[in-house]
Design a protein around this ligand. Structure first.
Ligand SMILES: NC(=O)c1ccc[n+]([C@@H]2O[C@H](COP(=O)([O-])OP(=O)(O)OC[C@H]3O[C@@H](n4cnc5c(N)ncnc54)[C@H](O)[C@@H]3O)[C@@H](O)[C@H]2O)c1
Length: 254
């Protein structure tokens, strides 16, 4: 028996990195997964790879820009057409900021792009799935933040990226309280450094400096974050809402 048997899950940013590992784990645990990403070519390859590995067509790929409300409407309509409902939304897709030494050096265009994808994109996802989840009387939404949303010194000087990750904390709590009686739960996961392509946005110097400060002494494999996301997505966490799950090798305990 899988921990997500009969669940229908949408995972954004699932073409690579953390999202792809979550898509594979969720499918292994019995979920039907709608994996979405802006990068269609990479997504197609990832979906084919996971389905071939598992020997079942458990994952469906849909091209999706999370910053566009019309794309969310299409993804949710497709999920309802195929499966009749959505049980789980993992707001995982995000873009990093540029590494910079002068943290006060705000680039308006870059900042508005990051805010639009990382904050608005996740809010639009919540908006799109919520009516169906409320009508079904159940649902689990997991917002993927970052240790950068809790403490400074980990985002390579990108105030915009950190701001978006901090915002997800507030969004989670506000929405979780607003819908608590409906059976829909909303939680946040805060990963520390994970070995994924997003790390390429940061210089080796920044990565080494963060790595040196991780009490556990290593960067996480994506699966080590995915296990936490799985718990919050599953019914095992039925009494957990509006909370913070930090998975960072002790980084924010300092
Ligand atoms: N890697 C780390 O060290 C780390 C640490 C803390 C938090 N996180 C968070 O974990 C999550 C996953 O990150 P990752 O490391 O796997 O990154 P990644 O860059 O490997 O994957 C992110 C995916 O999101 C997609 N994406 C970007 N913009 C999009 C858009 N507008 N619409 C749809 N898809 C879009 C990308 O194409 C990519 O496939 C992110 O929210 C990230 O902020 C990562």
């Amino acid at each position: 028996m899988g921990r997500l048997d009969n669940k229908i899950a949408i995972i954004t940013g699932a073409a690579g990195g953390q999202g792809k590992v979550e898509a594979r784990l969720f499918a292994q645990q019995g979920a039907r997964v709608i994996a979405t990403d802006l990068n269609e070519a990479l997504l197609t390859t990832a979906v084919a790879e996971i389905n071939a590995e598992l020997g079942v067509d458990a994952v469906i790929g849909i091209k999706h820009n999370i910053a566009l409300e019309s794309d969310w409407v299409d993804v949710v309509a497709k999920a309802h057409e195929l499966f009749g409902r959505i049980d789980i939304l993992i707001n995982n897709a995000a873009i990093p900021g540029k590494t910079r030494d002068e943290v006060w050096d705000v680039d308006t265009e870059e900042t508005s792009r990051i805010l639009n994808v990382n904050i608005l994109g996740s809010m639009l996802g919540i908006k799109a799935v919520m009516p169906g989840m409320k009508a079904n009387g159940r649902g689990s939404i997991v917002n993927i933040s970052s240790a950068a949303g809790l403490v400074g010194g980990i985002s390579g000087g990108s105030v915009a990226y950190s701001a978006t990750k901090g915002a997800l904390r507030a969004i989670t709590k506000e929405v979780a309280l607003g819908v608590a009686r409906s059976g829909v739960r909303v939680n946040t996961v805060y990963p520390g450094l994970i070995k994924t392509p997003i790390m390429e946005a940061f210089s080796q110097e920044v990565t080494d400096a963060v790595l040196a400060k991780i009490p556990a002494g290593f960067a996480a494999d994506p699966i080590e974050i995915a296990y936490g996301v799985l718990y919050l997505a599953s019914d095992e966490s039925r009494f957990v809402t509006g909370t913070d799950l930090i998975i960072d090798g002790g980084y924010t305990a300092q």
